[in-house]
Design a binder for this molecule. Structure first.
Ligand code: ADP
Ligand code: MG
Length: 338
């Protein structure tokens, strides 16, 4: 008898959860991504105690078909890709089929969904296993509630910071999702307190206004540039509004919020000496490019991407930002004496 065994699905899901579900904000990100992929026009997130006690994501999307509701909790089960060709032209936020099984292995999950039938369904998953499946009132879309996150992974739970810190991460995720999709109406509530509400009117400036406030947005400049491979549009704030960290720099690639050091560097290069050392601008850039030029399959969180032609994109971005400031008078003109 050999010594190597194939781990069962429950255990391998828990291992995957270690990467996919780092903290409550990762659960929010995965569930909101699913709601976005389901073509929802309205997404509401409610969290309690920084998401550690409960996270609820409600959407008005397509719902999950009755025959898919169990499979949705299987590892590597997805409706978003089928062949390896699809992997290289991803048009959805999800594709790994890991979120639901991972989350369900480290929390209690209740799924209520309806895919256009006269009756909905409620499914409860505990310890990675479906424990209840009953009919529920019909609804438009899906509601997922995640309770007691990390109840069975005490080491991970211990690593969680204060409610305030976890809520900060959640708020950051939802803000960026709202910035990525101004056409979707988002709401975030924390213990019944409203944190964010966007209208879904497809107006990026209005979403920026909700996220950063009028004072910042009033001074924002529009950026637009394009080349054969890329299109860049967005808004950048005055250097005087610069912050002490990079978390106000949002780059969205084909509708996906990404973390890309090359791009943030390119933005900073565009501001050049206008930015004091150690200060970072508030910017929100939407980049569109051929999905064939992007590899999203880099990390389970899908936030890192590899770009072919990265240098060309960097140049396009820094030139576009630079041009804005070259054409803007930053020092107010002295009023001439009467
Ligand atoms: P992925 O998003 O990578 O496909 P997930 O584990 O996140 O994997 O979800 C598994 C499947 O469950 C999805 O492919 C999708 O078909 C379905 N699903 C999950 N959440 C929703 C939702 N809110 N609305 C509709 N379908 C959903
Ligand atoms: Mg997903």
């Amino acid at each position: 008898m050999g010594r190597i065994v194939q781990l069962d699905e429950k255990l391998s899901n828990k291992i995957a959860a270690g990467e996919v579900v780092e903290r409550p904000a990762s659960v929010v990100k995965e569930l909101v991504e699913n709601a976005m992929d389901a073509n929802s026009s309205k997404i509401r997130v409610d969290v309690s105690e920084g998401g550690l006690s409960s996270i609820r994501v409600l959407d008005n999307g397509e719902g999950i078909l009755p025959e898919d509701r169990e499979t949705a909790f299987f590892r590597h089960a997805t409706s978003k890709i089928k062949t390896d060709r699809d992997l290289f032209r991803i048009g959805t936020l999800g594709f790994r089929g890991e979120a639901l099984p991972s989350i369900a292995s480290v929390a209690e999950v209740t799924l209520k969904t309806c895919a256009g039938e006269s009756e909905g369904e409620k499914i409860t998953v505990k310890g990675g296993q479906i424990t209840e499946r009953i009919t529920a009132p019909p609804r438009q879309g899906t509601e997922i509630v995640v309770r007691d996150l990390f109840y069975n992974t005490p080491a991970r739970l211990k690593y969680m910071r204060t409610v305030y810190t976890e809520l900060g991460h959640i708020s950051d995720v939802v803000n960026r999702m709202a910035l990525a999709r101004p056409d979707i109406a988002f709401e975030l509530w924390s213990d019944d307190r409203k944190m964010l509400k966007t209208a879904g009117h497809n107006d990026l400036l209005r979403v920026l206004n909700e996220v950063y406030g009028r004072a910042v947005v009033k001074e924002m400049k529009y950026v637009k540039a394009s080349s054969e491979d890329f299109q860049v549009t967005g808004y950048i704030a005055a250097p005087s509004e610069a912050r002490s960290n990079r978390s106000y720099m949002t780059t969205i690639l084909n509708g996906r919020y990404i973390k890309n050091p090359a791009l943030t560097k390119a933005v900073q290069t565009g501001y050049a000496t206008l930015l004091p050392v150690g200060r970072f601008p508030i910017v929100c850039l939407h980049i569109t490019m051929n999905p064939l030029l992007v590899d999203v399959n880099v990390h389970p969180s899908k936030m890192e991407v590899r770009l072919s032609k990265e240098r060309a994109l960097q140049e396009l971005v820094s030139e576009a930002v630079k041009e804005v400031w070259e054409n803007t008078r930053l020092i107010p003109e002295m009023s001439s004496p009467e």
